[in-house]
Design a protein around this ligand. Structure first.
Ligand SMILES: NC(=O)c1ccc[n+]([C@@H]2O[C@H](COP(=O)([O-])OP(=O)(O)OC[C@H]3O[C@@H](n4cnc5c(N)ncnc54)[C@H](OP(=O)(O)O)[C@@H]3O)[C@@H](O)[C@H]2O)c1
Length: 232
């Protein structure tokens, strides 16, 4: 079954891999990116099944404009995949200079998906089979070290996913929180403890998302933990 999906963060990394796989699977896509030029030269930029639209996750008006343009282009919208996100090393005893960074992490990682979900919600309800897939993280389930801003944003995002699930369930909307550990993208480029090849790959997550989109609503898992290291 083909769907019409909004995907944020599709310029690179996990969002890009999910978008490429979803295009190959025959879905119609509306890709929210800060710089549409990033997709130039790719199949995502040239396919007649794809709309590329500017999207700034920290701006609620941007979410509204993207959803409006997507609805105008496609007859119905039945899914959103939240991939835009940023990392931060701000910790418990952050200094004054990191205050703005913490605000930005919460805006992009938490409020971004919240505003975008709120904007697309009426379309998901109208679909009767709406889907929300959110890139949370293992950092939304447990905190292993001294980082604070990033895991706090992801714990809150997982809470938001639970609310989306609760509100959406009787409306036929199914929500999945995807919780990987390290994934081999630019976000993990500074990680020394595990080589890139031993991390989960973006394409692995694209396969999971591809499968999620084929499942009947009676079979959609709410939370998927994806580990590249043993966590007991
Ligand atoms: N990599 C990991 O180890 C890992 C693990 C668990 C969860 N995740 C989560 O997975 C998601 C994707 O991460 P990734 O690894 O693919 O990271 P990435 O390669 O750094 O890509 C991040 C994406 O988010 C977009 N983005 C960042 N800030 C934005 C903003 N203000 N407005 C709109 N888009 C914005 C980027 O767009 P630009 O190209 O314009 O910067 C890019 O498309 C994130 O939510 C991340 O927290 C990642």
């Amino acid at each position: 079954m083909s769907r019409t999906l909004l995907i944020s963060g599709a310029s690179r990394g996990i969002g890009r891999a999910i978008a490429e796989r979803a295009l190959a699977d025959g879905h119609r896509l509306s890709l929210g990116v800060r710089h549409p030029v990033d997709l130039e030269g790719s199949a995502l930029a040239t396919s007649s099944r794809v709309l590329v639209h500017p999207y700034e996750a920290s701006d609620p008006a941007s979410a509204n404009a993207w959803v409006e343009a997507s609805a105008a282009r496609f007859s119905a919208l039945d899914g959103v995949i939240h991939c835009a996100g940023i990392f931060s090393r701000a910790g418990l005893l952050f200094d004054a200079a990191e205050t703005a960074e913490i605000d930005q992490v919460l805006q992009v990682n938490l409020m971004g998906p919240w505003w975008l979900t709120r904007a697309i919600w009426p379309h998901l309800v109208a679909s009767g089979d709406g889907r929300v897939i959110t890139l949370v993280s293992m950092s939304g389930r447990r905190v292993k070290g001294p980082l604070a801003a990033y895991p706090v944003s992801k714990f809150a995002l997982l809470g938001l996913c639970q609310t989306m699930r609760n509100v959406g369930w009787p409306l036929g909307i199914r929500v999945t929180a995807l919780c990987p550990g390290w994934v081999n993208t630019a976000m993990a480029a500074g990680v020394q403890s595990i080589p890139p090849g031993a991390m989960t790959q973006s394409e692995d997550l694209a396969v999971l998302v591809s499968t999620l989109l084929t499942l009947r609503k009676e079979a959609v898992p709410f939370e998927l933990a994806v580990n590249c290291l043993l966590e007991s």
